[in-house]
Design a protein around this ligand. Sequence first.
Ligand SMILES: Cc1cc2nc3c(=O)[nH]c(=O)nc-3n(C[C@H](O)[C@H](O)[C@H](O)COP(=O)(O)OP(=O)(O)OC[C@H]3O[C@@H](n4cnc5c(N)ncnc54)[C@H](O)[C@@H]3O)c2cc1C
Length: 583
Amino acid sequence: MGVEVITHDVVIMGSGIAGLRAAVEIKRKYGDKIDLGIISKVQLMRSHSVAAEGGTGAVLYPEEGDSFALHAWDTIKGSDFLADQDAVWNFVKLMPEEILLLDHWGMPWSRREDGRIRQRPFGGHSFPRATMSADKVGHNEMRTLYNKLLQYDKWERYDEWFITNYVVENGIYKGLYAINMKDGKLYLFRSKAAIIATGGVGRLYAFTTYSHTATGDGMAMSFRAGIPIKDPEFVQFHPTGLVPNGILITEGARGEGGILLNNKRERFMARNDCAPHAKELASRDVVSRCIVKEYLEGRAFIDEETKMPYILLDLTHLGEERINERLPSIREISIRYDGIDPAEEPIPVFPAAHYHMGGIHTDIFYKVLDENGNWIKGLFAAGEASAASVHGANRLGSNSTAECLVSGKITGILAAEYAVSSELPEAPEPKRSKEEEDFVYGLLKRESGEPSYSIKHSLEETMMQHFYVYRDPNSMAEGLKKILELRNKFFTNAYVEDKGSIYNTDMIAAMETMNLLDNALIVAKSAMNREESRGAHARVDHPKRDDANWLKHTLAIRNGENDVRFSYWPVTINTWKPVERHY
Ligand SMILES: Cc1cc2nc3c(=O)[nH]c(=O)nc-3n(C[C@H](O)[C@H](O)[C@H](O)COP(=O)(O)OP(=O)(O)OC[C@H]3O[C@@H](n4cnc5c(N)ncnc54)[C@H](O)[C@@H]3O)c2cc1C
């Protein structure tokens, strides 16, 4: 059965900060010369990016002591030396202009007493460079970018369209398939260029700061299309997810002076075995490991009702006025979800899955590469879905929204440039994709089985149990076995109750679960493969970083239905040789 075809010059998959920034760049540089389509599985402004809280990293005040070199060094040290240093230099140099452009486009940055844009301290940064908009940076950046985009014509939004897969043939991007959730029909989108800006994969884990939409669809689709996934073993656990629901308590709370206390009311981050200098503002991998260690050694609290462990984040000494000015959402979230007013009592927190350093393999210009480093013509990846790699083994807070802006700008320019100078590639046969035939419609025909939600729930728990902050080889092997069983169960027995075509969210959730199952396989196998501890990847059997054998990027590549094979990619080191990290 055929599908309808929609054609644009450029298609952007995703409308978070990365997708919208790319769209604005295309329109401000190329105007009506580019016919643009933006596809999002949620309403454009409900993209996950609206949740970003604390700040966007950039060097704004060199006269006060900041510099590109300092931002680059902090980022590379934070990455545990796995970041590509050319990508980092590009990133830090392009960032200040992004802050100023947003300012000109109406971004309500917080202000200092002298009227200049306010920045605050963030973990792992040796200068307070998290550019803030109270604690609503993502929401305000999204709103500013969207308002800017409204000034232009010749772009179309496809809100609540779910992309199932994209097609690469002979090293050329050919198009993508998407379901319009309003009528359940499948469409083929043809374009000369496409930008994957589909965000991260936080929903692999049960305890996460991420919205339910962060299922790593772009990564799973790329994996199925044969594209290498770079460094997938590196999942960031943010030290302060609110217990019990995981809602993020921004690092800005520690940036403003918040401290962490164990069940003896000891400020453990100041101990010599944690981070005696940076304390709560060490990099996230370090702080999260210290917190989990407190728990493993019996110094955490246990929530009586949920049995979840937690430690305390104390902001009471900041005072109500400062909390209201700098952390209004944090106060509201704590009161609303935990009944605790942080101006009066400490908040219970524990590390929650927060960011994926891994992603679609690109070069420093965010061009999607195959295993041999050849560009997949017409294809780019931006934002959290991509791995350039600016963040290496551990991202510093505030560097993600920043990278979304930089990668959005770069991919916007390059995709438009490519589109104006090339022909529309031949379409893949306008038929349902293999995934569509085998899976989606097969699933709709199944009359009974296990709800896909329960399989997803088991997967999230499996990842928590076996691939959390500390990774043990025996436990990981057991975890992988469970993942394979869940995959088998899913493909043979998953069941969706809703058989309708209009807004079948049951079906969409099943497709997201399929993507999560692919992503779990990639993360698990890569974590088992890397036999060292680096950044966010902490192996109990290999507790040290091993530069002699592992100073290289993992490329995880699909190998049949249920397997991954590995190839490696060199790390670019052009300024600083790796040294031991101390915070
Ligand atoms: C609570 C929280 C707070 C954070 N705070 C900060 C901060 O203060 N500073 C910072 O630097 N970083 C922060 N981060 C990280 C940062 O917010 C994210 O990394 C960033 O916003 C990701 O943006 P993105 O544009 O790559 O993707 P997203 O904003 O996740 O957007 C993804 C887009 O892709 C679309 N999409 C996905 N799959 C499909 C599909 N199959 N079909 C169609 N469309 C699809 C979605 O609809 C969406 O439009 C925070 C993260 C969290 C969880």
